[in-house]
Design a binder for this molecule. Structure first.
Ligand code: C5P
Length: 259
């Protein structure tokens, strides 16, 4: 289902490839973003003239690894995605980039992306383009923990608000103990075979999973956490736009979206 590939020439002789096995990143950008209500798919919404997917490609291809990036986009946006990759990827980049079409549900988009990765890839990170300012340090933390443990790894933040269980009328029934609860983000990392095997069975469940850790857990896999970060905030509703913009104002992110 790979529709086109944008690759740079191999690194010049003498460049050392990353010593670890091959890394693959699936950047999912094929959602419609209905809760946002924008007139373009969510990952193509712009902040100060640059689309979210552009920031994501910038941070991934700035990682000091040789790697394969698959960007999963709506069919109508494939040409635009390839064009923006050409504008971002430096000459002699160690990254190979391809673009594939997404599916109806997020888990389908992830599966199409994983299927498009070369066989040599043994560690896969799945990242939401809707989280444009996740830092390179967070990517590195997840990669290191997957390779150290062989488990699935997700970034997690403690829940700070008091949590209440309510009914359909908005009436509060009880306070929920937040101590064992966390909010999880992306990038989420996996040994490739664990993720691929889990996704092969994901369609058997009636409720679509909302993240890949859940896909792996449903298949009986182990998922562990590493510390997440506020700046990996996701664009979901219009209220998130000023939050994301504040990361740019605070100069917290570099021109490529990197730390
Ligand atoms: O809608 P939600 O915020 O959960 O989407 C998370 C990420 O998954 C977004 O980056 C979105 O573009 C992507 N997605 C996708 N294919 C879908 C649905 C969502 O690539 N069918």
């Amino acid at each position: 289902m790979s529709i086109a590939a944008s690759t740079r020439e191999p690194p010049p002789p003498g460049a050392t490839p990353h010593p670890l096995g091959a890394l693959g990143v699936v950047l999912v950008a094929a959602g419609r973003g209905e809760r946002l209500g924008a007139d373009v798919p969510k990952a193509f919404v712009e902040l100060r003239g640059r689309s979210l997917v552009e920031f994501g490609v910038g941070v991934v291809t700035s990682l000091p690894h040789a790697g394969h990036l698959v960007i999963v986009v709506p069919e109508s946006r494939a040409a635009q995605a390839l064009e923006l990759v050409d504008g971002i990827l430096p000459e002699h980049s160690q990254w190979e980039v391809s673009v594939v079409h997404g599916g109806r549900e997020r888990h389908e988009s992830v599966r199409f992306g994983v299927d498009a990765l070369p066989e040599a890839v043994d560690t896969v990170l799945v990242h939401d383009a809707a989280r444009p300012f996740a830092s390179a340090a967070l990517f590195e933390r997840v990669i290191a923990e997957v390779r150290r443990t062989g488990d699935a790894v997700v970034p997690a933040l403690p829940v700070v608000d008091t949590l209440k269980r309510i009914d359909a009328n908005g009436m509060v029934h009880e306070t929920v103990d937040r101590a064992p609860l966390v909010a999880v983000q992306t990038p989420q990392g996996f040994p490739r075979e664990v993720l691929a095997a889990a996704h092969a069975t994901a369609a058997l469940h009636s409720e679509p999973p909302t993240d890949d850790a859940e896909v792996v857990q449903r298949a009986g896999g182990r998922v562990r956490t590493v510390p997440g970060e506020l700046r990996a905030h996701k664009l979901t509703t219009p209220e998130d736009l000023p939050i994301l913009d504040s990361f740019l104002t605070a100069n917290a992110v570099g021109p490529g979206g990197e730390a």
